[in-house]
Ligand binder design. Structure first.
Ligand SMILES: Cc1cc2nc3c(=O)[nH]c(=O)nc-3n(C[C@H](O)[C@H](O)[C@H](O)COP(=O)(O)OP(=O)(O)OC[C@H]3O[C@@H](n4cnc5c(N)ncnc54)[C@H](O)[C@@H]3O)c2cc1C
Length: 543
């Protein structure tokens, strides 16, 4: 037990789960304000931060890099981040035996999937008389407050969400950076008890038994985790935002999708909390106000994508079944087919549709794909072509994405597959895997990058290689059905059949009780990156 001048020193713990940063961290300020010995810890329990035993190597690496970055920053202040493997409730019980804990602070994890973990930990802390503090900083607004303000239920449309948060007011600004002067870091014994492992240093993925995939292609885009990287990337990102404002548009990553340049996305950093969402939000709004000296219309729309994040989080808060179909009250029970073989081909980038396969291969290789690319593969798996349940896609995305986030991922899957948004059941906005790809990647560079088999195909056949005559296939060194697969469905046939099923279901729906749905057609167009010419009644692939 730590002893100072005959007194047993008490300790305060900052329990990192997400929120892996020192800036804008109210839980950190709370822990430091106690002026006792300070113990920053991360508990690896095979769940926290969305890491399970199936999680991809890329994602685990990103997490461990983020922890390493925190550790290095704490070392500058003569401390360290303690990495402990075990069950969180047991870890706190064991810790309290060796260090009398005064308090434990942590950031709110608002989704219901964390509730059982948090209830168990809070119970143990209460039983031991240890104070605990849960601070809101993973979201712009406290989702519970949004729900309260909306009369006890989450807003069902994005527009309703905007209205509700306008009643609450602007989100809080980031809190101050910590003052490290006088902070005393405590040290932990090497052993804490059975079933608990205290690591000397931050482990590698391999030490935690995660191994890299066997991929022959070298990584084209390498993502690096950590707060310092995220903050410097934010500066790059702000330049892109500024350029957009000066050129009269906003939401640059979504308005002008670029599949080839190094991405300026912050989604993985936001997901693990290496970057504070409030820091990002206010940096964009302050810059906008600065550029237009208060004369521009700085409104929520300039950070509209961050509001989608809030919307999906809030919607999931009281719904433990949000990530599934049958028990989920906001999800329609659509009669999806079951076909493991088709699902496997989709997952492994072997559908025979080059744009779809390129996206899935990039996902496996690098762990991040653009929003429009996610839309394309999600639509293809579900209502567009294969008619397989969105739950299949959700599991793969949660495993592979660096930014995998239970509520955001499930919310988007329901949205794209029309599972919770029945206004779209006519499938009018179905995305064609050929035309959509062509619009996004007109020269086919993206396809050539991720599908080396097709590298020598002429542009004319790159999106539909099954149409290439045999002599072209031979010249390109890739026969369809041999080096690259035949298409697994005929899109025009499959999408028509699916559209008919959707239409029948829509007509059979008698209940018009309020449900979550898109606010209007324009919102669908923006979300799915559909062309201006796409009307509510015409399918993009029919044009
Ligand atoms: C099927 C599907 C699954 C998805 N799964 C996830 C996921 O697990 N985690 C995740 O962070 N995003 C998910 N998205 C949303 C979106 O694709 C990514 O957030 C986006 O690609 C990140 O790129 P960006 O940072 O350049 O976005 P920007 O346009 O720069 O947006 C800024 C931030 O806003 C948030 N955001 C943007 N779009 C959305 C959206 N549609 N829903 C919720 N938040 C959004 C992200 O945190 C993003 O970093 C999914 C989308 C689809 C279609």
């Amino acid at each position: 037990m730590p002893v100072e001048q005959g007194k047993v020193m008490k300790g305060c713990v900052l329990w990192f789960r997400r929120g892996l940063r020192l800036h804008d961290n109210p839980a950190l300020l709370k822990a430091l304000s106690a002026k006792t010995e300070f113990y920053p810890i991360f508990i690896f329990d095979g769940r926290t931060a969305g890491i399970s035993k199936d999680t991809s190597y890329n994602r685990v690496r990103f997490l461990l890099e983020s922890l390493q970055d925190l550790n290095q920053q704490l070392q500058i202040h003569h401390g360290k981040l303690h990495f402990i493997k075990g069950d969180p409730a047991c870890v706190f019980e064991a810790l309290h035996k060796v260090i009398p804990l005064e308090s434990v602070s942590f950031e709110q994890d608002p989704e219901p999937i964390w509730e059982s973990r948090d209830v168990r930990v809070k119970t143990v802390l209460d039983e031991q008389g240890i104070k605990w503090f849960e601070e809101v900083s993973h979201t712009l607004w406290n989702p519970l407050k949004v729900i309260d303000t909306n009369g006890g239920v989450p807003p069902l449309t994005y527009q309703m969400f905007l209205h509700t948060v306008s009643v609450i007011g602007a989100p809080p600004r980031p809190v101050d950076d910590p003052d490290w002067a006088g902070v005393k870091f405590g040290s932990l014994p090497a052993e804490l008890g059975e079933g608990i492992q205290v690591f000397e240093s931050i482990p590698t993925p391999e030490q935690l038994e995660y191994f890299p995939p066997q991929i022959s292609n070298e990584l084209i885009i390498q993502w690096v985790g950590g707060e310092r990287k995220a903050l410097s990337k934010m500066q790059e990102r702000l330049k892109v935002e500024k350029n957009a404002f000066l050129n009269g548009y906003y939401l640059p990553n979504q308005a002008r999708p670029d599949l080839l340049s190094p991405p300026t996305s912050q989604s993985a950093a936001l997901c693990f909390g290496c970057l504070s969402v409030r820091r990002f939000y206010w940096a964009v709004h302050d810059m906008f106000n600065h550029i237009f000296s208060g004369h521009g219309q700085s409104n929520q729309h300039i950070t509209g994508q961050l509001i989608w994040r809030e919307f999906f989080y809030t919607m999931s808060v009281k719904n433990p079944y949000y990530g599934e179909m049958e028990r989920n009250p906001i999800c329609l029970n659509l009669p999806w087919a079951e076909n493991k073989e088709l699902a496997r081909k989709w997952e492994s980038g072997q559908t025979g549709y080059p744009f779809i396969d390129a996206v899935m291969r990039q996902l496996h290789q690098e762990g991040w794909v653009h929003h429009v690319a996610r839309n394309a593969v999600a639509c293809f798996l579900t209502r567009g072509d294969l008619w397989l349940s969105w739950e299949v896609g959700l599991q793969i995305f949660l495993r592979e994405l660096l930014d995998a986030d239970w509520s955001l991922c499930a919310g988007n899957w329901m949205w794209v597959s029309s599972s919770a948004f029945e206004q779209l059941l006519d499938c009018s906005t179905c995305v064609c895997p050929v035309n959509y790809g062509r619009r996004l990647d007109p020269q086919g560079e993206y396809i050539r990058r991720y599908i080396p088999e097709l590298r020598n195909y002429p542009e004319e056949y790159l999106y539909e290689p099954w149409r290439a005559p045999l002599d072209i296939q031979e010249k390109a060194g890739c026969y369809i059905g041999q080096q690259y697969p035949e298409r697994i469905v005929d899109h025009s046939v499959a999408s028509q059949k699916n559209r008919k099923i959707m239409e029948d279901i829509r007509l059979s729906l008698v209940s018009h009780t309020p449900h979550c749905c898109p606010s209007n057609v324009e919102e669908v167009r923006q979300f799915m990156w559909l062309p201006e010419s796409c009307t509510d009644h015409l399918c993009v692939d029919q044009k």
